[in-house]
Design a protein around this ligand. Sequence first.
Ligand SMILES: Cc1ncc(COP(=O)(O)O)c(C=O)c1O
Length: 406
Amino acid sequence: MLNTRLSRFTGGLFAPHRKSDIGETADRLRRDGIDILAWADPFAPDRSLPKNFRKALHAEIEGGAPEHYTVPVGSLELRQALARKLESQNGIIADPSRNIVVTPGADSGLLMCMMALLNPGDEVLVPEPGFPAAFSNCEILGAVPVPLKMTAESGYQLDFDELERAVTPMTKMVFIAHPNNPTGTVFRKSVLQELARFVVKHDLLLLCDQAFEDHIFDGIEFVSPAALPGMADRTVTVFSFSKGYGLSGFRVAYIHACAEIMDVFYGNVTTVCGATSSLAQRLALAALEDEEVLTSYYRKLEYRRNLLFDTLSTVPGVRMQRSESGILSWIDVSDLGTSAEVVDHLLRTAKVLVNDGTAYGPHGAGHLRLVHGCILDDDRAAEVFQRIRTSLLQLPVRGLATATAS
Ligand SMILES: Cc1ncc(COP(=O)(O)O)c(C=O)c1O
């Protein structure tokens, strides 16, 4: 009766589970007084729209809101502004009418990209821990995701021996989230240069999800692979206004690709994604023109990731590195229990929901993802982080327990 590929992903109506981004689980948990640090949504659930953006929206509404569709690929004015941004910030040269499409969020944009680029049976190399949609989109489309291990020891960079071993005649694409979700790590320039050589050598495509590109900490150089030699025609890059600007509720994102690939996106975007809200596009324009919001969010998020690190890294049994970007922190709790056990413990004793690392691939086991960028007020976030610390301190450290017993 149901589509066999989609029906593998159920909505949680009949099975209780901890995935808060499915169905109504998050609403129910919030009603129960749980703080959710499991949504990659800056400052959620609090109202956080900056004054400048509210003013821009008011002006639009007062002027007679843009109630009509824009052209399906996104308004020309926005695409022109995006082309300027791509050149100045990403080093990517884009023709607004041939290389850019606007979509209602990166999620549907990613699915459209993968629909357009993959045939059933094609294999996609997905370094993990990685973004779950990379796996599920492949499965929905009948393509085959091939997980490739990344480790804390390498700073979650790519292992090219693993990549070489994984290539088969069916390999079509490499997917990376850069910065990565869930680890928050940034692929280094030298790694991306090697990736470019690998992609060219094996005649592959690179799908690069840069939804988190806006906030890179500690002066780490951020390089867009599409700007590397030989990569402009082989890379499809997905961007979003959800994370860096905290505009997830407005649903606006964009994609860059060469004209040949973009022509297929232009032909299918209405059917697959639907048009992007005209008002959200006006807000995206205001965001691109704004000179304050990204800077002030940067300071706030840098403070938060330090606060979370300082609060949790000294807990016995916790291993973590300072996040390199945006809103996500990644924590090894394997000495305290399985990630599912620790998530349950935190839910019961700290009344906080965090993500179980196994959602991000086999090597996420024993890890948690925490969204240090949730909640607007820093003092309240500090109080929630302290609750997590107190709760983790209650758990015996496995290695220590064994050492004492033996
Ligand atoms: C890596 C990554 N890409 C894309 C998205 C989706 O973003 P959007 O809100 O633009 O659909 C997310 C959301 O969590 C994400 O983590």
